[in-house]
Design a protein around this ligand. Sequence first.
Ligand code: NDP
Ligand code: BG6
Length: 557
Amino acid sequence: FKKLRDGFLSSVPSTQEFKEAASFDVSKDESTVSITVVGASGDLAKKKIFPALFALYYEGCLPKHFTIFGYARSKMTDAELRNMVSKTLACRIDKRENCGEKIDQFLKRCFYHSGQYDSQENFAELDKKLKEHEVMGVWVSTLTEWIIPFRLSDKNITFDYWSQMDTALLLSEDIPSKGGRVSNRLFYLSIPPNIFIDAVKCTSSSASSGIGWTRVIVEKPFGRDSDSSAALTKALKQYLEEDQIFRIDHYLGKELVENLSVLRFSNLIFEPLWSRQYIRNVQLIFSEDFGTEGRGGYFDNYGILRDIMQNHLLQILALFAMETPVSLDAEDIRNEKVKVLRSMRPLQLEDVVVGQYKSHTKGGVTYPAYIDDNTVPKGSLTPTFAAAALFIDNARWDGVPFLMKAGKALHKKRAEIRVQFRHVPGNLYNQNFETDLDQATNELIIRVQPDEAIDLKINNKVPGLGMRLDHSNLNLHYAARYSKEIPDAYERLLLDAIEGERRLFIRSDELDAAWALFTPVLKELEEKNIIPEYYPYGSRGPVGAHYLAARYNVRWG
Ligand code: NDP
Ligand code: BG6
């Protein structure tokens, strides 16, 4: 390369010189990763995937040689994709030093190919482009290191020139045999579920570079019930091995959810209390202060039980309640999650309350009802709120209610795990509380979002001459304790997929176990046309949720 670099000063190198330099370069055990976002024109790609990839790039977490491809039906040039993506990069990082420069460098690695999701031909075109860039990836970054001081534009070296050199390299059979360049490929299927299989089929036929791994990230929903999920798994396995499939549940990538195991298994004070002996109930709460705005068409086919409970909240529950895994290895953790899910009782209709938000006017502003969304069928009974009581029939959790509550268009946005402990037996201080029977119990609150925090409610003496007790908090507020920003869940998950770490992705047997718990009740709700309890937009949700909790002696936190 030194020779080549010196050559640039006087002349443009020949194909042969290029090939020689490449053979030299690739023998340095360099690998490339091509990340293809299938459905790149969509909401999730813009909102989450591209910003997460940029954040990883900014943090120096992406491999040195990487290329990002957008793929969708919309017609776009590379420049248009870059323009679209650049508008979404107002992420947590954008106020930092050099951000503009980093964005420019990142965008140069982004390309676009337009095609149908069921066209082998279009995917073959993508494959060809990927191959070109896989070679170029090593080239461009290596050459950039060498050539930056020499202004290419002065020598009229164009992209076509590079492509020509690149083709020469592709044709050069001895390059892979030098054992150096491994071309890895990651496909992110950010598309509606009805086109998953077509896309997987086409992706798999042109997915592999020949040398290197191919992984496919699949977005939820993974079916609508046990049967459709099994059919999806079967179809995926027709084209991919299980270890190539990365089923994403982005809640597993949230900081406080990942911290759950640390909290449990590395603190002596918690694990001994983690059972029916000391825990009275566990609450898993998700609420959003906005409706299904813009996503009503998707949502109506799924409803809140499938959208949030069967996946996000159930995954948290599994991590919360599983036994200690043999190790932190992905398979060991997932084995324990499956075990606890399989110990659970399928959800019963009498243990479910469903609701749907209705229009509400507040401060002169009218907030729409769920069914006011044009994409929602008139008279839809799809629940936008649900509360449920679940039980784990094993020795650790026998009889402990796990209460879930999830809703859209509620009064605030939050995701929390609340653990209410039993009363202190024979508490000497019962008389010293001023009010409220519940005050004598401890509560652990793990706030997943917003304002990540861990609070432990303890009983404490109010300072003074008397003996009055109150409930006080031992607080760990992340913003106050840690100066580093918390990465978005998608950053962690994308990085894990690139690194082949499967711990935070869902295995197919986990999925089967999760659907087995929800499918019967989902069918019953639909077959019996259960009318949801209507609650005003921005309220605390249907009162039925309180009756359900009260049945199990629980008060929602
Ligand atoms: P979109 O509805 O925005 O679809 C993504 C892209 O797919 C579109 O830009 C469009 O691209 C193409 N597309 C849309 N509908 C069809 C269709 N009927 N036939 C063929 N192509 C179609 O989806 P999102 O980006 O919102 O979500 C992508 C995936 O991620 C989905 O599975 C969703 O359930 C899941 N998800 C989304 C979340 C979100 O917040 N958006 C959150 C969690 C999961 P083009 O027309 O250019 O081909
Ligand atoms: C998605 C659901 O999985 O999670 C959405 O489909 C929901 O309906 C979203 O809004 C919530 O994610 P987050 O990370 O914003 O809490």
